[in-house]
Design a binder for this molecule. Structure first.
Ligand code: ARG
Length: 463
């Protein structure tokens, strides 16, 4: 009798449509190496505990190796009849080694098996995501170093506010990525528990040793409660949440690069390798990579919402609803592994239009707060000084003049005691230099930020 023959409690088979609807083999095939890894640990434990003989263990292990090899070669057929990756492994194993294949599933359920497989898979995902994030963080630091002396207008409400170093701007994004890395690390800590041994929901009556399989698989601990072990998908929700936050960060960076590369700003030029053309308008160079960097956040947030909604209100323990976890998670994984390296390349190759930025800098009133501060230094309450400078800006703006073009009359009546020379010292480099707090935009402060960020990223990379 074939190992995958239908359970005789059923009087007939599923319809084709019902099979297609309930199967997960269309998307869980990528878990196969993890399924084999978990099965080998389970098998070693069964032999060690005397539940299977050493001979059976060797036979099954060599069969599992052959299944994995065929999968790697691309010669293993996923079979819809076998429903999912777990039953496919068992079915193929049976075809290679015969009935003894049926002993592998002793003291195990697909419920703890699938939970284990995804834990193992996510551990690898975490490592590669960390690698990609470190590289992107490195690219931001690289930009901060090479653009170290460029000053841009800083914006609030997307209105020119106060000048900042472009490096400071890049390092703000680097700080966001470091928090993403921190969340990733926290998550990896909680992921580090093995659900194997929970069986279907209650544990198993065999003398199994879940601590041993956990150790073999490199987990620090075993879930404390079998019901929780098979019901838990927090580790996927957390992953989808932390990646949705990451994608939100990337969308903000993408948006700024889109704005900055527009004709209206013209601060940056995208390398041709990261831009595309229009099918109709020959002059167009579109920032598609940055746009999709912005757009993918919708998808990643959607994946989080999808799984939260699937899990909401589910009673303990396993339900087929939970099979819906995979496509959302795989989609987020695939999206990020395509996006992060491209985002990095785009950042590394974009060219800063220093001339255009400095031309733009001279034409705003971003020194206004510091002019008010000159009055404050003379004892005027800040709110009053603010009012005076507001009046001045109104007049200057109305006649298209800069602060340097203020009349003697205006100077005397609105900025009492302030000299023209003082106003002229308030150049963008001076204003930037003046903000010397550890978190401020002064060049020394930003250099310190960069040095500390490099240390922290190196520490994460070497952990
Ligand atoms: N294919 C299932 C999934 O992806 C595996 C677990 C199935 N367990 C069960 N009792 N039907 O979640």
């Amino acid at each position: 009798m074939a190992s995958q023959a239908r359970n005789p409690r059923f009087q007939k088979g599923q319809t084709e449509a019902s099979k297609r609807f309930t199967a997960s083999i269309g998307f869980d095939w990528r878990l196969l190496p993890y399924d084999i890894q978990g099965s080998k640990a389970h098998l070693a434990m069964l032999v060690r505990q005397g539940i299977l003989s050493g001979e059976e263990g060797l036979l099954i292990e060599s069969g599992l190796d052959q299944v994995l090899e065929a999968w790697k070669q691309g010669t293993l057929e996923p079979r819809l009849d076998w429903e999912d990756v777990h039953m496919n492994v068992e079915g193929h194993l049976y075809q290679i080694i015969g009935a003894v294949a049926g002993k592998l599933h002793t003291a195990r359920s697909r419920n703890d098996q699938v939970a284990l497989d995804i834990h193992l898979y996510m551990r690898d995902v975490g490592a590669s995501l960390q690698h990609d994030l470190l590289a992107l963080g490195g690219a931001l630091i690289g930009r901060a170093e090479s653009d170290g002396d460029v000053i841009i207008p800083g914006y609030t409400h997307l209105q020119a506010a106060q000048p900042v170093l472009l490096a400071h701007h890049w390092m703000a994004y680097e700080a966001m990525l470091e928090r993403d890395l921190g969340r990733l690390d926290d998550w990896l800590g909680r992921l580090d528990a093995s659900p194997l041994g929970a069986g279907a929901l209650a544990g198993t009556p065999y003398p199994t040793d879940p601590e041993y399989t956990a150790e073999l698989l490199g987990f620090h601990t075993v879930y404390r409660n079998s019901l929780d072990a098979v019901s838990d998908r927090d580790f996927l929700l957390e992953f989808l949440a932390l990646t949705a936050i990451l994608a939100t960060h990337l969308s903000r960076l993408g948006e700024e690069l889109i704005l900055w590369s527009s004709q209206e700003f013209g601060y940056i030029h995208m390398d041709d390798a990261y831009a595309t053309g229009s099918s109709m308008m020959p002059q167009k160079k579109n920032p598609d990579v940055a746009e999709l960097m912005r757009g993918k956040s919708g998808r990643l947030t959607g994946n989080l919402m999808a799984l939260l909604t699937v899990m909401k209100g589910l009673p303990l323990a396993y339900h087929s609803d939970m099979q819906e976890d995979k496509e959302a998670v795989f989609d987020t994984v695939d999206t990020l592994s395509a996006l992060l390296p491209v985002a990095r390349g785009m950042l590394e190759t974009l060219v800063i239009d220093r001339e255009r930025i400095s031309h733009r800098l001279g034409r705003d009133y971003t020194g206004a707060t510091d002019i008010a501060d000159l009055l404050v230094k003379r004892g005027m309450p800040f709110r009053e000084a603010y009012h005076h400078v507001g009046l001045v800006v109104g007049k200057l703006e109305g006649s298209g003049r800069s602060f340097a073009e203020i009349s003697d009359e205006e100077l005397k009546s609105h900025l009492p005691g302030v000299s023209r020379g003082e106003i002229e010292t308030l150049s963008p480099p001076y204003l930037v230099e003046a903000r010397r707090q550890s978190l401020g935009t002064a060049p020394d402060s930003v250099k310190r930020q960069i040095a500390l960020a490099k240390q922290r990223l190196a520490a994460i990379a070497h952990r």
